[in-house]
Ligand binder design. Structure first.
Ligand code: FAD
Length: 263
C-alpha cells in the first residue's frame, strides 16, 4: 500500500529584534519574521489567546537550522502577534542552566534566528460566560496575560498567579472586575488559593495552566469534581513538569492520560 506523504509542518523563521529582562525570572524576547508574508498566512486565522509556537533547537542548545534532522522542540506562548508588522514576543521563564529554551532566551542576542512551528492553540475567553477564572504559574502567565487583554472592560473574575518570589511580580493589565492575586511560596499555594476563592454567581469559564503536578493533580479535581464544572468550560493542562524535560513530560502526560479518563 502506498502512503500519502504528510505535508511538511509550517515553519516560520524568526529573528530576534530585542530582549528585555522583565523580572529576575523572566525575559521577553521580541521577534520579527524573516518572511512577513509567511508569518501573516500562519497567524492570520488564529483566534486563540493561548496560541503557541514550537521552537526548534539542536541537542546542544543552539537554534536548529532548517536542514537539521535531529531537532528538539520547546513550546511557548506567542504574545501580540502582529500580522501587519510580522512580529511577536515570547516571555521565557529563566529557570537556570538546565534545558534548552530557558538558557537560550537568557542569553539571546539581537539578530539570532530561530525556527518556529505553528501556531497551535485551543482557548479564547468565552464572551457568554458570567465570569472567568485564570490560574497558573510564570509559564502560564503569558497565556493568562493574552486572555486578560482580550476580555471586555466589564468582565469579572479572578486571576491567581504563582510567582517564584515577590520580585517576580509584573504589571498585569486586567479589567477592574478581575481580581488579580499574586501568590508565592510553592507547597500547593496556587491550589489552596483557588480553593479558597469566593465563588461568583453564574457560569465560569476557567483557564488553568502551569506545573503539571500542581495543575492536574491539585486544581483539576477541584474544578471538575468538587465544583462540578463541565469539561467544556475548563481549559486545563500542565505546561511543564518539575524535574522533567519537555520530552520526559510528554511521556508523563501519555501515562496520565492512559490512567485517567478525565485527562
Ligand atoms: C502550550 C504551552 C505554552 C507554554 N508557554 C510558555 C511561555 O510562554 N513561557 C514559558 O516560560 N514557558 C511556557 N511553556 C512551558 C515550557 O514549554 C517548558 O517550561 C519547557 O520545558 C521549557 O524548556 P527548557 O528547554 O527551558 O527546559 P527543559 O529542557 O524542558 O527542562 C529542563 C529542566 O528545567 C525544568 N523546567 C522547565 N520549565 C521550567 C519552568 N517554567 N520553571 C522551572 N523549571 C523548569 C524542567 O523540570 C527540567 O528539570 C509552555 C508550555 C506549553 C505546553
Amino acid at each position: 500500500m502506498t502512503q500519502t506523504p504528510r505535508p511538511p509542518r509550517p515553519v516560520t523563521e524568526l529573528v530576534v529584534t530585542d530582549t528585555e529582562r522583565l523580572t529576575p525570572g523572566m525575559v521577553r524576547v521580541r521577534f520579527r519574521a524573516a518572511d512577513p508574508a509567511v508569518f501573516a498566512e500562519r497567524f492570520e486565522p488564529s483566534v486563540f489567546t493561548d496560541r503557541y509556537v514550537k521552537l526548534a533547537f539542536a541537542a546542544d542548545g543552539r537554534p536548529a537550522t532548517a536542514d537539521e534532522s535531529d531537532v528538539v522542540l520547546r513550546t511557548y506562548t506567542a504574545l501580540d502577534p502582529d500580522v501587519g508588522a510580522g512580529t511577536l514576543a515570547i516571555d521565557f521563564v529563566v529557570h537556570g542552566d538546565q534545558g534548552l529554551a530557558g538558557p537560550w532566551a537568557a542569553r539571546a542576542v539581537v539578530g539570532e534566528r530561530i525556527l518556529a512551528r505553528g501556531p497551535g492553540g485551543a482557548y479564547a475567553p468565552d464572551p457568554s460566560a458570567d465570569w472567568h477564572l485564570f490560574a497558573g504559574d510564570e509559564a502560564g502567565l503569558p497565556a493568562i496575560r493574552a486572555a486578560l487583554a482580550a476580555l471586555p472592560p466589564d468582565a469579572r473574575g479572578y486571576a491567581v498567579i504563582e510567582a517564584h518570589a515577590p520580585d517576580h511580580v509584573q504589571p498585569l493589565p486586567a479589567p477592574v472586575g478581575v481580581d488579580v492575586r499574586w501568590v508565592h511560596g510553592g507547597d500547593g499555594v496556587l491550589e489552596r488559593t483557588v480553593r479558597e476563592l469566593p465563588w461568583l454567581p453564574g457560569r465560569v469559564h476557567a483557564f488553568v495552566h502551569g506545573e503539571a503536578q500542581a495543575v492536574m493533580h491539585g486544581i483539576r479535581p477541584h474544578l471538575l469534581k468538587e465544583r462540578g464544572l463541565p469539561r467544556a468550560d475548563v481549559s486545563i493542562s500542565g505546561y511543564w513538569r518539575q524535574g522533567r524535560t519537555e520530552e520526559g513530560f510528554r511521556t508523563w502526560k501519555a501515562e496520565l492520560a492512559a490512567a485517567d479518563p478525565l485527562v
